[in-house]
Design a protein around this ligand. Structure first.
Ligand SMILES: Cc1ncc(C[n+]2csc(CCOP(=O)(O)OP(=O)(O)O)c2C)c(N)n1
Ligand code: SF4
Ligand code: SF4
Ligand code: SF4
Length: 622
């Protein structure tokens, strides 16, 4: 671009400007060797050789228009305010149109149809085996599934797709997988994980990318119809399988994260599993930006109008912030218990006992507790005492809360590490989800203590020379912290299990989630495949350390991934962050990749021993 600018603008005489550009190249790359300098010279020369004028037509000939119309049934605020901001006319919004108390509606990404890809996912119902893999990994919550009685189809649009559900004992139940095509980014991850291939055409899978334009009108109607079908009742869904989770409504949808982002699917699954019981403290980073930016917000609500409570404090204090959420929720529950006991003569012994003592482990038990709480609230509304009013204000806390502290590696490994350690050491029932992209992604890919040996990053242009911090081992050393390392591209079922175990554990939990990212310099379509290679090389072992097992005299450390079958190199050199060093500093690259392999081998050996497969099997410290 610089060459083009000087060649066209005439700011300096032509030869003089090219001479200066080459001089700057020599200076910048002198340490990287003659080869790199010559390559840059060639880039300048070829730019000049290929510079040609582009004739801009007087009229546009494209027939595709980028419609940005918000439907008339959208909420008033969205039509009056959000729409103006989406259109880039935010400056024209009068102050009077904004809520005086700062309240801002959530769940608004559903109205911002970004239409960023003209190739979108298409479902082939005849091939689909209904496994749910595609919906599990979709970073943008674009793929939704529902099952319903076949009579619901009586008024369905002609192009609405459905098949009988693939489950015994439900002969009248139909299944639909609906793609929200205007929100699809064309990232292709769904195609990559779909196991159902047409035997007559190996490239045709049950979900694949195809052109959007001709489908737009029909699918808009189908989506509207799909929305009218009831969401599947949470207690009827099997939470323990990827297949089951597809029927749970995500409460995080259509975020503006990069197409194919490796972080967002983990957050989406969390919202599916724990729904409106979630309290989320979000560290600053990509997840706070795509999670809470304007004009629209991806955190949304269920049919009852309830959703996760989400907030972003600072980068450096997120763990303490989330711990505060836990302490507050616990305090409110203990106050509610005290008030229940005080009001027992008016409320009745069995109501109070059930509200305080009933188990809330299963979703069906949580549904029962919700029912009890709404009965309690109805009674309290009829009472006139101060205690009744106080209890009414905190009664919702009697339904178990699920507190999650979410952030990237820059937060967890580096800037927020002291606070995270403090929160883990508190023994409180908090859950930490680290979206590990191994760099500070949101600010352009700076090195963190999660950056692996031999990888380049900003501040590590010559390759990281030391090892990645083993945060899992640090947390395990406490003995009472649930710890898991997951990678959904390698084993989505293990990811699901870890999230459920972490939440069920009545103490601190930490999940480290491998998150592929544009900062890795990969073909993002292959992000999940890279996750799998990370596991297959032994670089990212899948582990679970569950202190509950120790109480049952079992080894709490479980190694979920198989023995490495490929060298670290075969995983790493698919990524530019590693590969670039082989061009710029080949000797260093060779040395560092060997060092990285040694670290992988050592860590694997340690984990194997901890899992009890080795000669000195792991003896947990009590
Ligand atoms: C104390 C402080 N330092 C720096 C920043 C600037 N900052 C915002 S996001 C971010 C990077 C976050 O990286 P990470 O935690 O790895 O999350 P990711 O973006 O990778 O998801 C930085 C450095 C900040 N907000 N606060
Ligand atoms: S292409 Fe990407 S965004 Fe679109 S449905 Fe598939 S996984 Fe989701
Ligand atoms: S991954 Fe393929 S087979 Fe599985 S539900 Fe999706 S479309 Fe169907
Ligand atoms: S920079 Fe990386 S982590 Fe951030 S949104 Fe993009 S892909 Fe996701």
């Amino acid at each position: 671009m610089q060459t083009c600018f000087f060649a066209l603008s005439g700011v300096l005489p032509h030869d003089e400007s090219i001479h200066q550009i080459k001089k700057a190249i020599e200076k910048t790359y002198s340490k990287k060797g003659r080869k790199i300098i010559d390559q840059n010279f060639r880039a300048v020369d070829m730019t000049l050789e290929n510079l040609f004028e582009v004739h801009i037509p007087l009229h546009t000939s494209a027939s595709i228009s980028k419609e940005r119309k918000i439907p008339s049934f959208a909420p008033e605020f969205v039509r009056n305010v959000t729409q103006m901001m989406i259109a880039g006319n935010g400056d024209e919004i009068p102050v009077s149109a904004l809520p005086i108390d700062g309240e801002y509606p959530s769940g608004t990404t559903q109205w911002e149809k970004r239409n960023i890809s003209d190739r979108i996912a298409v479902w082939e119902s005849d091939l689909c085996i209904q496994c749910g893999n595609c919906s599990f990994v979709c970073p943008h919550s674009v793929i939704r599934s529902k099952f319903y009685h076949k009579d619901y189809l009586d008024d369905a649009p002609p192009s609405f797709k459905s098949v009988y559900i693939n489950a015994r004992g439900f002969p009248e139940t139909k299944y639909t997988l609906q793609v929200y095509l205007e929100d699809c980014t064309g990232c292709n991850l769904c195609y990559e994980v779909c196991p159902a291939t047409d035997p007559l055409d190996r490239l045709r899978k049950a979900i694949h990318l195809d052109e959007k334009e001709s489908r737009l009108e029909g699918e808009r109607k189908n989506i509207q119809y799909f929305e009218l079908l009831p969401h599947n009742d949470r207690p009827t869904v099997n939470y323990s399988t990827v297949h089951g989770v597809q029927f749970l409504q995500p409460l995080f949808e259509f975020s503006g994260a990069c197409a194919g982002c490796g972080e967002t699917p983990y957050i989406k699954v969390l919202t599916q599993l724990f729904g409106d019981r979630l309290l989320v403290a979000n560290a600053t980073g990509c997840s706070s930006i795509y999670g809470g930016n304007l004009p629209t917000t991806p955190w949304t609500k269920n049919a009852a109008g309830k959703g996760p409570a989400w907030s972003n404090s600072l980068f450096e204090d997120n763990a303490e912030f989330g711990l505060g959420m836990r302490l507050t929720a616990d305090k409110q529950v203990s106050m509610a218990h005290q008030l229940l006991k005080k009001l027992e003569p008016h409320l009745g012994e069995s109501i109070v006992q059930n509200l305080i003592e009933s188990s809330q482990e299963k979703e069906s038990e949580i549904a029962e507790q919700r029912h009890r709480v709404s009965q309690l609230k109805a009674i309290l509304q009829r009472m006139d005492s101060g205690d009744a009013k106080h209890l009414l204000s905190i009664a919702d806390q009697l339904v178990k809360r699920s507190v999650w502290l979410i952030g990237g590696d820059g937060w967890a490994y580096d800037i927020g590490s002291g606070g995270l350690d403090h929160a883990l050491a508190s023994g409180r029932n908090i859950n930490v989800l680290v979206l590990d992209t191994e760099v500070y992604s949101n600010t352009g890919g700076q090195m963190s203590k999660a950056t692996p040996t031999a990888a380049t990053a900003k501040f590590a242009a010559a390759g990281k020379r030391v090892g990645k911090k083993d945060l899992a081992m640090q947390a395990i050393s406490y003995g009472n912290v649930y710890v898991a390392q997951v990678a959904m591209g390698a084993n989505p079922q293990q990811t699901l299990l870890a999230m459920r175990e972490a939440e069920a554990y009545n103490g601190p939990s930490l999940i480290l989630a491998y998150s592929h990212c544009i900062a890795h310099g990969i073909d993002m379509e292959k992000g999940l495949d890279q996750q799998n290679k990370a596991v297959m090389s032994g670089y990212w072992p899948l582990i679970r350390y569950n202190p509950v097992l120790r109480k049952n005299n079992k080894n709490p450390f479980v190694l979920d991934s198989p023995k490495p079958v490929i060298p670290f190199k075969s995983y790493a050199y698919n990524e530019l962050r590693y590969k670039v060093l082989t061009q710029t500093q080949p000797d260093d690259a060779e040395r560092l990749i060997q060092l990285a392999q040694e670290i992988v081998d050592l860590r694997w050996k340690t984990y194997v021993e901890m899992a009890g497969y080795g000669p000195n099997s792991f003896q947990p410290v009590l």
